[in-house]
Design a protein around this ligand. Sequence first.
Ligand code: NAD
Ligand code: UDP
Length: 316
Amino acid sequence: MRVLVTGAAGFLGSHLTDRLLNEGHTVVGVDNFSTGDRENLAHLGNEPRFRFEERDICQPFGLDADWGPVDYVFNFASPASPPEYLRLGLETLRVGSAGVDNTLAIAARYNAGFLHASTSECYGDPLEHPQRESYWGNVNPVGPRSVYDESKRFAEAMVMAYHRSRGVNTHLVRIFNTYGPRLHPSDGRVVSNFMMQALRGEPLTIYGDGSQTRSFCYVNDLIEGILRLSRSEEHLPVNIGNPDEFTILECAQAVLEVTGSKSELHFESLPEDDPVRRRPDIAKARALLGWEPRINLQEGLERSLEFFKGRLASGW
Ligand code: NAD
Ligand code: UDP
């Protein structure tokens, strides 16, 4: 297959690209480097089955006669870390609207399959726990996180509209907090912050009292689930994530153990609308895809350690 991956220079997009190339496919990667990193694709410099285009997907592309058909589109382009989508609020709203429209137009034109990277943030600060796909969520439409949450909810509506009115073979994955090598060391997400702080011997920054929860999925598990979903007949959203739930204090403790760091904890104010708890119900993914995660938090952090040490050594 010839596969288009948007957001290919990002954390998840680059892992997905590697996996698709390993399976023998040809990949066209697109990214504007707004939050991505060239380093994530550096190892593909001599790969003949990989082509990279630097572009903003908010501008139409891929429709000219010489661009060529694609068999599948994975739409992963979007700022994803809270500090980054707060910095890039308008860009985040645009990539979830114009950007998603443009990539769906490519899938419609070439009769290609389409999978969109949606998020557990569609559930907002959830009042149902754990979160099932049938839950409609509790989102503040005008709070600081709304640029991301509403962009992602609008994108889901756009994907379903292309499926219903244009017959595009679409898929929606709701991704829960995922971590691993290539998580940007300074994009502000909790695992990258804690790993870098621990390795530097700096205090770990706990927002609020650290009692809020997240459920952390290792990147290889996530990519496996996403590929299975892409080959399924399911068009409605499917949660992919690890249901093992941790408080942020427990996450900090796990990072201290894996790094062997003696860093202290430093408590800071909780960002507005920070979800109190989050945990996926993965019954649908289990039944539909025969998928469940295999790597627990400690093992995943151990597998990520060399990457963060490497970034530290190269000056981050
Ligand atoms: P990331 O920031 O590492 O990657 C996103 C990539 O998209 C970056 O390389 C960025 O430069 C690119 N991009 C952004 N806007 C673009 C545009 N207009 N045109 C072209 N490229 C653009 O983040 P990630 O963690 O890899 O997230 C990838 C996708 O998965 C995002 O859509 C995100 O919302 C979703 N997601 C991720 C998580 C997670 O835990 N990592 C959780 C839920 C959803
Ligand atoms: N968090 C924290 N310290 C940090 C970064 C994040 O305590 O240095 C908390 C944050 O407030 C949230 C959780 O960790 O409750 C997960 O944050 P992240 O930005 O990784 O993702 P989110 O799930 O909020 O999108």
